[in-house]
Design a protein around this ligand. Sequence first.
Ligand code: F6R
Length: 250
Amino acid sequence: MTRRITDGARHRPQITMLDSAEQVTHAAARRILDYIATTPDPVLGLATGRTPLAVYAALVGARRRGVSFAAVTSFNLDEYRGLAADHPASFAAYMRRELVDHIDIRQGHVPSGLGNAEAIATDYECQIAAAGGIGLQLLGIGVNGHIGFNEPGSPFDSRTRKVRLTEATQRANDADFPPGTPVPDEAITMGIATILSARQILLLATGRAKRDALRCAFGVSPDPSCPASALQYHPHVVLICDRAAAEGLA
Ligand code: F6R
């Protein structure tokens, strides 16, 4: 019989609670750089959104100080459907702007938002496997507990696929689009099982707005109504958060 994710043991994340978002950035960048320095052929899973912006700036700073990313391969979590890689609001453009164009990374992958979603998803999973799997997955968390673009109700055994975005997520990302340009209502995202296949997960959460998301992720039994609660089935989750977000863990 196939073993399901929910058959596994539950774990507590290793929590580092810090006073400020700046300290969260510093600690996260440190962990990523340590992972790169100590791992042959490091494979990073990367996120977009506001939370990792300062982390990427810190990695760019490390490159300027001489750190090399030449052995690193990365795979982003997700992309909007319907956006070409050169669309300024695409996650591909975000990654080039914030990180990839400023470091000597071997290869940075973002799933394509155009073309046959099923073929792209299958190919993305194959590319991750061919790279040896993700060693360290960086994650943010949506206010509704989403990880990647796995919205509430996403099956814990999901792999990379096309998904529909909730209105709440579209609204949260509205500012990234020029006025009058609607946020796409579909995306392609690594699934929850894809994320849980990473050897280590580094989850960042800052600000009061993430309080309830952390509560549903770690304060109650895992349930697909809160996608991040699947992280309880992963043995190596490091949560770095500020005090405001950590109120949800009390
Ligand atoms: C981004 C992603 C999302 C974000 C989440 C939090 O690639 O997959 O899950 O991590 O929406 O976004 P911010 O950091 O903007 O609050």
